[in-house]
Ligand binder design. Sequence first.
Ligand code: NDP
Length: 325
Amino acid sequence: SSFVDVPKIKMLDGREMPGIGLGTYLGFDQSGVIKSKDKQLRDVVLKAIDIGYRHFDTASIYDTEAEIGEAIRTKISEGVVKREDVFITTKLWNTQHKREEVTTAIKEVLNKTGLDYVDLFLIHWPIGLNADYSYSDVDYMETWRGMEDVQRLGLAKSIGLSNFNREQLQRVLNEGSVKPVALQIEVHPQIIQKDLISFAKSEGIVVLGYSPFGSLVMRYGIRFPGPRMDDPVLVTIAQKYGKTPAQVVLRWVVDRNVVPLPKTVNPKRLVENINIFDFKLTPEEIEKINQFNSNTRYTLPSFWQTHPYYPFEKVPNPISDPFRG
Ligand code: NDP
C-alpha cells in the first residue's frame, strides 16, 4: 500500500509538527477566492489522511477551513486517526488585527471546522486593514498580544507568523511575551530565503515553505521564467534517485530543514508529493538547486506596498488591489 509515515519536527513550545503539510489555497479569480466545488477539497483531505498526510495548511481567507474540518472529523469518527494525530494550521486575516478581534476570529474558525482547537495559528500578514480594506494603523504587536490570548485560552496550541520580514520577526521576539514558534514564507528554487531561514533557525523557529514548486508549475494560468519540470539539473538528480523533479524540489525544501506545503487536488500527485522521505540530496545537489535563486516572489501584494508594515521590497509599478476592485 502507499502509506507514508511522515517525520515530525519539534517546536520551541515542545509540540511537534508533521514535516510536510498539504496546501489548500485554491487561488482566486475576478469574483474573489476560488471555492471548492462539490466538496472536492473534503474528498482530497479524506484521501490525504489515508496515505499519511497529517498536516493541513489553510487560512480564513482561503475559505477551505470548513471542508478540512469536515474531513478530519470524519476520519476521527471512523477511528482512522485521533485528533492529536492531525495538525491543522490556519491564519488570521488582515481585517481582524485588533486584539479582541483575534479571539473572535479563532472562535469563527472553530465553529466552521467543528474542532476544539487548531494546532497552529499564524498572523497571515503584518498588514492590518479595516473592513473596507482601507489601511488600518493597528500595530502587529497588538495583534500578537491577541495571538497570545488565543494560546492562553487553548484555542490554538501554537502561534506564529506568516509573511513577516526579518526586522518584523525580530521586533516580535523583542517585544512579545511568547516567542513565535513558526514562520511561513515563500520558499522555492527561485527564492531560497537563505538569510531569513538561517535567522529563524538561529532562534529555534520552524520555517514553513509555501509555493514550493515555484516556476515548475503554471501560476495564474501563466508559465513564468525559471526552471521547469524538464530542467536538466532537476532531471539529472531525479533520475539518480528514481524520483520526479517535483519530488526533488520538495526534498530540497526538506533537506534545508523547511516544512514544504505543496498544494494538489489530484490523487496521483497527492501520492507523489508525500513520497519524499526515502531519499536525501547531497550538499552538492542542494547547492546546485540553490543556484536557481533570483529572489522571485509569486506572492507579491504590491497594492499594499504603501502600508507602513508592508514586509517586502517595493516595486516601481504596483498592481491594483484585487480585494477592493
Ligand atoms: P504550489 O507550489 O504548491 O503549487 C501548486 C500547483 O502545482 C497547483 O497548480 C498543482 O496543481 C500543481 N502541482 C502540485 N503537485 C504537483 C506535481 N507533483 N507535479 C506537477 N504539478 C503539481 O503552490 P501554492 O501557491 O498553492 O502554495 C502551496 C500552499 O502554500 C498553498 O496552497 C497555501 O496553503 C500556502 N500558501 C501560503 C501563502 C501565505 O501567504 N502564507 C501564500 C501562498 C501559498 P494540481 O492541484 O492540479 O495538482
